[in-house]
Design a protein around this ligand. Structure first.
Ligand code: CA
Length: 252
């Protein structure tokens, strides 16, 4: 991806909830972008998502400096932070069942690496298409993938909010999923919490991402639109925009 400028923006809103268990981070220096959606009683959900967002970028950079492959650096960093969160939960009865989702994007050596655990998705808007890059690790979605539920049944299932893979999971069986791709001029990478993905259709995401606006303004617009469309959850969005260096050159 020679000659691409990467600019990111983000926004979060607690919506109709009393607290905000979502959290995000944008680090232009390391080019690591994170959205996390915490869970757990009392303030445990807030703490878990903040731990993920504050710890993962540093752990990823440590691994990269040791010449890990980027996908391995992401997996290892996320696993370490997951174990740390699980240990905090084990040591403090107020933090039982503390956990968090995470979706992380790393721009490194001409590629974008997206890692996720849980149900905070990443989308790539490229030209006229929106591509969902991540799988949701909910029990209901897994049953759809196995053919045991239809997508319509899954949306009404009580298992739609039950995660089988997340940070802080006491018996973590497998690690984060990774998807990587070479970015092109005009690409918009969109990381959100489920407070956005459960209410905005992919068509709406495509329409909104196609508006030529600053990533911060776009991220605000995504959050506001999700809340207008009835999201009762915390809503968080990070937009990473890839553009050609010469603003007069054609994009896409
Ligand atoms: Ca949520």
């Amino acid at each position: 991806m020679s000659e691409l400028i990467v600019v990111a923006g983000g926004h979060t809103d607690r919506g109709r909830r009393d607290n905000n268990e979502d959290c995000y981070d944008i680090d232009p220096e390391t080019q690591i972008y994170v959205v996390a959606d915490g869970m757990g009683g009392l303030a445990a959900g807030e703490e878990a998502s903040r731990l993920a967002v504050s710890m993962i970028p540093g752990r990823v950079m440590e691994r990269l400096l040791r010449h890990d492959r980027p996908d391995e650096a992401l997996r290892t960093a996320i696993e370490h932070v997951s174990r740390y969160i699980a240990e905090q939960a084990r040591l403090d009865s107020d933090k039982q069942r503390m956990g968090t989702t995470v979706v992380v994007a790393l721009v490194h050596a001409g590629r974008v690496f997206v890692a996720n655990m849980g149900d905070s998705p990443a989308y790539l808007v490229r030209g006229e298409k929106v591509i969902r890059l991540t799988l949701d690790h909910t029990v209901a979605e897994e049953l759809v993938r196995k053919g045991a539920l239809t997508p319509v049944q899954a949306r009404r299932s009580p298992l739609r909010n039950r995660l089988y893979k997340y940070l802080g999971c006491p018996d973590l069986q497998d690690l984060a999923d990774i998807h990587d791709f070479p970015p092109r001029a005009g690409d918009r990478l969109i990381l959100v919490s489920d407070g956005i993905s459960t209410v905005l259709s992919e068509d709406t995401i495509l329409d909104m991402a196609s508006i030529p606006a600053d990533p911060d303004i776009l991220a605000h617009a995504f959050v506001d639109r999700a809340l207008e469309q009835g999201s009762t959850d915390n809503a968080t969005c990070v937009i990473v925009a890839f553009d050609a260096v010469d603003p007069t050159s054609p994009q896409g």
